[in-house]
Design a protein around this ligand. Sequence first.
Ligand code: ADP
Length: 764
Amino acid sequence: MGVSQRVKSRFRKFLQRPGTTINLAPYQKRLPGIEAREDALRELDDAALTAAAQAAGDPGEICAVGREAARRAIGERPFDVQLVGAMALLDAKVAEMATGEGKTLTAAIAAYGHVRLGRGPVHVLTVNDYLAKRDATWMEPIYTLLGLTVGWVTEASTPEERREAYAADVTYVSVSEAGFDYLRDQLVTDVADRVQRTLATAVVDEADSILIDEARVPMVLAGSLHTESDPVHEAADVVRDLRAGKHFEVADDGRSVAFTAAGLEAVEEKLGIDLYADEHVAQLSAVNVALHARALLRRDIDYIVRDGSVELIDEMRGRVAQRRRWPDGLQAAVEAKEGLTATAEGEVLDTITVQAYIALYRTVCGMTATAVHVGEQLREYFNLEVAVIPPNTPNIREDEPDRIYSAHETRDEALVEEIKIAHEKGRPVLIGTLDVKASELLSQQLAAAGVPSVVLNAKNDDEEAAIIAEAGALGAVTVSTQMAGRGVDIRLGGSDEKNRDKVVELGGLFVIGSGRHDSRRVDDQLRGRAGRQGDPGGSVFFVSLEDDLITRHAGDALPPSPRMDMDGVVHDDQAEYAVEHAQRVAEGVNHEIHRNTWRYSVVIEQQRVALAERRERLLTSEVAAIMLLERSPEKAKSLDEDILSDAARSIALYHLDRLWAEHLALLSEVREGVHLRALGKLDPLDEFHRSAVPAFQELFTQIEARTIETFEEADLSEGWEPERAQIVRPSATWTYLVHDNPFGSELDRLISAVGRRIASGAGR
Ligand code: ADP
């Protein structure tokens, strides 16, 4: 791409999303002053630099000191663009910086600055444990020189380790661990048990992934619930011996399965019940879920079994989806299928979406390589603006236009041929696929063509990092699904840059997409792996008009017989339009889903905040005891003050937590239910509010009423112990993220199961 083209494409970004990107001039103006100050700082010894760091009070001084500290501590002097990025972060913006531009260092300077500006403690929220630990350890010498403490949290951290990490000025933690800690802290009965301090500032890494793509994901804290019967294992046993074709039929797309009449008969015989009798709804549901688990979810493709538990594989990212569980009993059904002790769903004690969790921070900022395309959403949901930071060295990557083919077969052939040609020259190729299956297929096709390749699939994050680090080596062919959050640098010539010159001569890393993603942003993330820090590189997407994205969203827009050249490449304005159009529609659909979920959660989040305030007061003051002195004076006055205080607090907190859990369960039931009512033409959101608001208003009166009741029944003559009031908190709690149910909600499944039953005439 020529310079003028590059300028144009940069300029286009500003035109595309008016009003969501900011002007960098005010930041750039500070650079000369920073440089002058830097010369003076260089003269100081380390102790004097630390003293200067602790005295810094404005962004210019913060950048000057931060730059000098980074140079001394890790030998990297932050570039001007990194300081501009840091200033944007200090201004609570999202900084868009290309891959390889050094966002880790930029964030560290900003984190230091936020602390100096009185906005600490700072949490740097990462996409996974691996990056939390890596970045904290990497940046630690800089923080030390700046006179700050730093900590990191991973899933394996103990409560003490967490408390210590959160006590630091800056804490690196994955967004899910941070959210889980928040949820657990909301349930403590003693202030000293909390691990987090206040949620003051969040610096969000991979901001678009976390703030937009993962925003809807609920983080769940569940508690053990003792159930007598075990319909899950029973159902797993019942469907285990059923045969495909005879007892059940799997639809062609592999996404749904139904019992045949013979299958139903077999099941009913084994269970000895009429499955469709009203009182057996639970068994019917369990058997259906078990069948889905048995027939549709494949071990080592959809999930793996490791250390006695089922771990989900994220189809898009091609790796273990840490800590995710399928909802609606599906997880337990898969565990039962694998003969594992099913980790009962438990009772949901509390849950919060990623988006709502982030909204709890007073200051939010972030960085990512691809923010502009979600500028509007960042503004809508988080009131965040984007600062587009230019690269330190101009980007000379050559982005070729899409190569469009009319069918999968011709596309795949051309794709393999293209990789083969590049590989034979020794040029490293990184191929991004849409899902795990496509990765595997391509790798087989490559092998058949004599091209060895490495596939990234559900390995752990550390191993993956090592593989990605070598993707720029001479002759490397690496196949991978989504690249976001795989925060590793791809250096030309391999991680040691041994063959850098040769690879540069060959044109640098060649990135190929084997199909367009659901969003342009993800395409850009993939492209962005080439051409890092001014390296040469290239990118191209191979598209088939049979790709899901296109048939689903632009099927009508396709020309009946597109014009093709001799190699089968489509050259047709209408076809090109269809490809772009399909992606825009897909982006629109995702945005709509996001907005819809958000509309429901707004009311829940307001209620959570109100409840948290009440809980805090119960926990840290004597309001519960005062209430009991008023409402149950006789007994309250007869007790020793300390006993009353402890008993009142514990009982009130217990009921508040229980009622909140019940309230959440009610809300999710209502939510499922309103869609049915929506068929009756009422606005489901209105309906939802009509149930949620009064239910919450009653909550506080109920807490009081139940507290009084429990208090009056408790035998407190010999002091306070929870057992005296029959208060039993969950004996064990665990946390997980809710994964999309691959087959739709339980309700959808039941409806379709019933529908099929009617259609197949299996009823009696
Ligand atoms: P990003 O997260 O933006 O993709 P990283 O933070 O992983 O980038 O940094 C990419 C590479 O650039 C790292 O190897 C880092 O050491 C290097 N780097 C970052 N800033 C500088 C700098 N100012 N000078 C030299 N190297 C730098």
